[in-house]
Design a protein around this ligand. Sequence first.
Ligand SMILES: [Zn+2]
Length: 194
Amino acid sequence: MRANTVLMSAGSLDAEHTMLLIVDMQNDFCKKEGALYSENSEKIIPSISRLLEVFREAGAPVGFTQDWHEPDDVEFGRWGPHCVEGSWGAEIVDELAPLEMELVFKKTRYSPFYDTDIHEHMLDLEIERAVVCGTLANVCVLHTACDMMMRGVDVVVPVEAVAALSDYDMGYALYHMGEVFTAHICSVDEIGLQ
Ligand SMILES: [Zn+2]
């Protein structure tokens, strides 16, 4: 893993140009009754709540991705039905409910950079750095983070705010984001804004 001590000392992130992007924290992934529930996804809700507090307090931009599929989406061949548009399962969990002015990107694929206007919003907001968290680490978080980095955005990944189905998946995702794509892997406690 990269050493991030200098970049990530508390209060070092620029609130104006840093965005928090919360990936797919939806009922189908994070709640017991959900179609693709994982306890690991549920467990990270408090860590993401803390990040939300930090960003909201600083008035920094906050965005959410929301997996959002038609009932016959081709992705169901791999994962089974989940996050069907308009369903309870597709709703973002109550604990992390977006505020009215926060951005929500409904996506049909792993990355919101496919077929949503997230990039235009990030350019408008002059986002230089994004804290990316959510679930799953090796699927939607990974593809979202890598697509950001390919567009010149500096990505920070707080490990306690990211979930995977296994240690292997988590290790692979962190390695790929950190080493192949030079994301800054850190702890939630290291993230502060000024
Ligand atoms: Zn999906």
